[in-house]
Design a protein around this ligand. Structure first.
Ligand code: ADP
Ligand code: SF4
Length: 692
């Protein structure tokens, strides 16, 4: 280990327990509920194995009045739920790490759609979140003193169950709009009793939760407080610099650990496009000056130098990680073993959080094994040895091809990757040059760095392969990873494809990637709805073009609500002076003007445009695959046993899908079917045995 990093491996006392090092996997949404106890046990056990000293659950509801459905959440409502959490504790303890549980009451930020219990709140004001619709849902009740006592009792009872499940650290959650936090903020807490008014009164509910939790767990477990400080820090206070200082000072010595964070998902879990590593520091930096208890915080830390700096400068005691540990569960061990260059660094794309918004177990662009540890039996660092001496040829060196080649090579196969362009990286070659997207280059960098260390890998750039080349290359398995192309396809309405707009002045992202520069005024017409249309509009505008953005969706880059990027994309387009037209269908383009029509009312709008960039439908580049298919006999006589499409060449999608597809290919080599890897009960598991 680099001696400079030794400080990261010092043990830290947290109340009655000791964290073996400073790597702390903070609570994070994983999309794993009581229906997936083995999935989450394997997911968390893998992080402990990778060296995280503390591994925490995501939010665990204390009572049916904290019901976030249809979003996925865990629960500890009664004794029947103990056993499923015990599985996680066992998996974490097996590797010497501490197990922590984030007990949670969602208050007025959950809708109790399943339990149909009127949500709990200090003053009847629902939490306005960017990602949850409220209309049609039950409004929250104003808690009376009996309700307050109930919530505190439910926390204490859940804490006792947590002890029985085997947890070492038990949380009180007062962040991100959930119940404890609603009591802290004066706008949400307008009570006139002992729980409202002064800051001291507004902290009373949280203080009582802490005290009740401590009484429940005794000296067996540490008690942690998770708190959001962004809004509190932003407001003035009479006695202290800010309300945040006052809140922290009033509770400074109460919990055994402070877990400090931002307020809303877009700032707390900021995408790298808009937030640097360590972006939380200006909000949370004061906490350590006000308490002698250890403090943990996050900031998408992947650089050990940044981590050491956080410790040395007295910002944090424990390096919190959610995304860095999803992308590389073995990050701590790699630092300890002096293998920093092998860290699979998080790219900050937030596909992981989008999985939670989608209601499914976590997915990660960089780490295809995340969430698949139990379901497919994939380990992030270990692979089954090659099943034969077969040689693997990968055609196309984009994310799918590089991942397929890397997994196959790690299994011991001899791998050749041929790429027609001078550089590897596929779509990343162009896209990482767009505003804010350079960090995404880590997808190619990590894989190329690893591949270049290996003796059983040949990498050929500037090598476009055709059918004859492939037949002559004497490889037994061929993966076609030739990507996808952007089309000029338009839709006549929400559903019906109209055909391609093949006119002068019409461009696709592929044309821009090839170096073409449209003449202004430019309309960027986006119905892909992910990041690319917005990023291209921003880039063309920065390059001096007069740019207008239009989309049939209700927002620019509409799907990025799932990745926490949408507010900042709107801000970026606004700052760039780009007019945004939503609910707009592109109907006509004559080289000087475009005609848009409102998707609902049909109201037309004419805009000046010399060029149109269509960011819409992508289709696979599968001509080579089909040409090979047509030569089955020649392939057989050349000893080629399989030809398969992977990544965008199979089905065009986001980077996360391409990497997963490449990974699946590498893992499945010499298997009869990729589905053999799925467990019998792949997604919904049966409950794991009797109650403790
Ligand atoms: P994916 O995301 O599925 O990896 P990409 O489009 O990012 O797809 O990458 C596909 C890569 O395949 C591109 O870098 C492209 O240049 C390369 N490619 C396409 N056709 C050939 C070919 N016939 N021979 C070698 N490389 C190819
Ligand atoms: Fe990081 Fe993206 Fe993986 Fe999330 S999905 S952990 S942001 S690389």
């Amino acid at each position: 280990m680099n001696p400079h990093y030794e400080v990261l491996f010092e043990p830290v006392q947290i109340g009655p327990v000791v964290a073996p090092n400073r790597f702390y996997q903070v609570p994070h949404a994983s999309g794993m509920t009581e229906a997936n106890p083995r999935v989450r046990a394997a997911f968390r056990g893998t992080k402990a194995e990778g060296g995280w000293g503390v591994v925490t659950t995501g939010a665990v509801s204390t009572h049916p009045s904290s019901d976030d459905s249809p979003l996925p959440f865990a629960r500890l409502w009664d004794d029947n739920d103990v056993r499923s959490h015990a599985l996680s504790c066992e998996a974490i303890h097996e590797h010497g790490a501490l197990a922590a549980i984030e007990l949670w009451h969602g208050g007025a930020a959950v809708m109790n759609r399943s339990s149909r219990i009127a949500p709990y709140s200090p003053s009847g004001i629902p939490w306005m979140a960017t990602h949850v619709g409220f209309m049609g849902n039950l409004r929250p009740r104003i808690m009376d003193s009996g309700d307050i006592r109930d919530v505190i009792r439910w926390q204490a009872e859940a804490a006792q169950r947590a002890v029985r499940a085997g947890f070492d650290i038990v949380y009180i959650y007062a962040g991100m709009g959930y119940l404890g936090y609603e009591f802290l903020l004066e706008e949400y807490n307008q009570r006139t009793d002992a729980y409202g008014g002064s800051v001291e009164n507004r902290t009373r509910f949280v203080r009582e939760l802490i005290e009740a939790t401590r009484d429940a767990v005794g000296d067996k477990c540490a008690v942690a407080l998770r708190i959001s400080l962004e809004e509190l820090r932003a407001r003035p206070s009479d006695n202290y610099e800010t309300a945040a200082h006052e809140v922290v000072s009033l509770m400074a010595g109460l919990p055994d650990l402070w877990d400090v964070k931002m307020d809303s998902s877009p700032t707390d879990c900021g995408a790298s496009r808009f937030r640097e590593e360590g972006a939380h520091e200006p909000v949370i930096d004061f906490v350590k000056t006000m308490t002698d208890k250890p403090v943990v915080g996050v900031g998408r830390f992947t650089s050990p130098d940044t981590m050491v700096s956080q410790i040395r400068r007295g910002v944090l005691d424990l390096i919190g990680g959610a995304r860095p540990g999803i992308a590389d569960p073995f990050l701590p061990n790699k630092i300890r073993e002096g293998r920093e260059d092998e860290i699979r660094e998080c790219i900050g794309c937030n596909i992981c959080i989008s999985s939670w918004h989608d209601g499914v177990p976590v997915r990660c662009t960089q780490n295809a094994t995340a969430g698949e540890e139990w379901r497919r039996g994939w380990h992030p660092e270990r692979y089954d040895p090659a099943g034969s001496e077969d040689r693997i040829l990968v055609v196309g060196g984009g994310p799918a091809g590089l991942e397929a080649g890397l997994v196959a090579a790690r299994r011991g196969y001899h791998v050749t990757i041929a790429e027609q362009a001078p550089e590897f990286g596929g779509r990343l070659r162009y896209e990482t040059a767009l505003p804010g997207l350079s960090t995404w280059g880590r997808v190619a960098d990590y894989r190329l760095h690893a591949l270049r260390q290996m003796g059983n890998v040949d990498l050929y750039a500037e090598s476009e392969l055709g059918v004859e080349d492939i037949v002559g290359l004497e490889h037994q398995h061929v993966a076609i990873a030739t990507g996808a192309r952007w089309t000029r396809m338009l839709y006549s309405s929400l559903e019906i494809p109209l055909g391609e707009l093949d006119a002068a002045g019409v461009y696709t992202p592929d044309d821009l990637a090839a170096g073409e520069m449209p003449e202004g005024p430019i309309l960027v017409y986006d119905f892909d709805n992910y990041y690319l249309g917005g990023a291209i509009a921003e880039q063309l505008s920065r390059a001096g073009g007069e740019v207008v953005y239009a989309t049939p969706a209700g927002h620019a880059s509409a799907w990025t609500i799932m990745t926490n990027e949408q507010p900042f994309i709107h801000q970026a387009l606004h700052q760039q002076g780009i007019a945004v037209h939503t609910q707009a269908l592109l109907k006509e383009f004559n080289g000087e003007e475009v005609r848009l029509e409102n998707i609902f009312t049909g109201e037309p709008q004419l805009l000046a445009a010399q060029s149109v960039v269509i960011v819409g439908l992508r289709l696979p580049n599968d001509a080579l695959f089909h040409a090979l298919e047509a030569r089955a006999e020649d392939l057989a006589s050349a000893g080629i046993k399989s030809v398969q499409r992977i990544g965008d060449c199979l089905a065009a999608g986001a980077l996360v899908h391409a990497v997963h597809s490449g990974h699946l290919y590498g893992r499945s080599l010499d298997e009869e079917s990729e589905t053999l890897y799925l467990r019998d009960a792949p997604i919904v598991e049966t409950p794991p045995g009797p109650v403790l």
